[in-house]
Design a protein around this ligand. Structure first.
Ligand code: ATP
Ligand code: MG
Length: 270
């Protein structure tokens, strides 16, 4: 068969492969995913927590997943939330770079520094976290929370309902930031999240020599948090988390009776 006759079939097969498998898609965008990145890309878990070392590649993989979702699921809404404007710009830029590297396979209807709207009706929107301004999005197909440990509880709670109608997927990725906040509680808790932990030694791009130097310079508290994914006690904490949790008991009646109606939540009235 002449080469030219084979080309459309090959191109179609490649497109199908990328549409069906986000790992193949990442490769076409120029990234060979690490094994944990491939696991996350191929996961169908509705809720995923990524507890990852600094520089392990969490933002990169969420940018790939955002783009794959928007390109191959028409009319999807991908929302990426980061604590600050700088971080949301950086994350969006990764998406835009992959989109460019892939040759903009679906044309853009409009594109700004934080937003890409495709002609298939999909949107990728990257936002800095402010609870007051972020409300109003609904039917979110994919919600990506970057630096999730630094996204505060009220914002997180206001984001979750955006998945209610769409049945969308939630990925919350971070390096730990002390034993506090919803992301720490989710990692420790009993809710059925897919939990993926990636320490620095699992990242092929971080050299052992560099890690040894970081350990010396940062000291154990920071090093364990930044590179070994450990939840350190916060430096301004008076009592250790485990001491506080160990002191709680359901056998002790509250000193003051709860307000009427609280019993409905399962907490015994006085
Ligand atoms: N699979 C991969 N192959 C090659 N390079 C990669 C891969 N994954 C990530 N990188 C590169 O590693 C660097 C760090 O990636 P990224 O910014 O995604 O990490 P991060 O975990 O979000 O870092 P931070 O903790 O600073 O937010 C970037 O230069 C990125 O391009
Ligand atoms: Mg990052």
């Amino acid at each position: 068969m002449p080469l030219t006759a084979a080309r459309p079939t090959t191109a179609l097969a490649l497109d199908l492969a990328a549409a069906l498998d986000p790992v193949r898609f990442a490769e076409r965008a120029g990234i060979v995913p690490d094994s944990w990145q491939a696991t996350v890309l191929r996961s169908t878990a509705p809720r995923t927590l990524l507890n990852c070392s600094r520089q392990s590649g969490k933002s990169t993989i969420s940018a790939v997943l955002a783009l794959w979702t928007a390109l191959y699921t028409p009319r999807s809404l991908v929302l990426m939330v980061s604590p600050s404007l700088r971080q949301s710009s950086e994350l969006f830029r990764k998406c835009a770079d992959f989109y460019q590297a892939l040759g903009r396979p679906v044309p853009a209807g409009s594109e700004t520094a934080l937003r890409l709207e495709l002609e298939n009706g999909s949107r990728i929107i990257s936002l800095p976290g402010k609870e007051a301004t972020i409300r109003g999005f609904s039917r979110v197909s994919l919600l990506l929370l970057d630096e999730a440990a630094r996204i505060d509880d009220p914002l997180y709670l206001s984001l979750r309902p955006m998945l209610a109608v769409s049945g969308g997927r939630l990925l919350a990725m971070s390096t730990p930031w002390g034993r506090r906040g919803w992301w720490f509680e989710a990692w420790q808790g009993a809710e059925s999240w897919q939990r993926v932990k990636v320490t620095a030694d699992m990242c092929p791009r971080i050299a052992p020599d560099f890690l040894a130097e970081e350990k010396r310079v940062l000291g154990p508290w920071f090093y364990n948090q930044e590179y070994l994914c450990q939840f350190a006690e916060t430096t301004d904490q008076v009592f250790a988390y485990d001491v506080v949790m160990g002191a709680l008991s359901s056998d002790v009646r509250p000193l003051f009776a709860p307000a009427a109606g609280v019993a409905e939540t399962g907490i015994e009235g006085g």
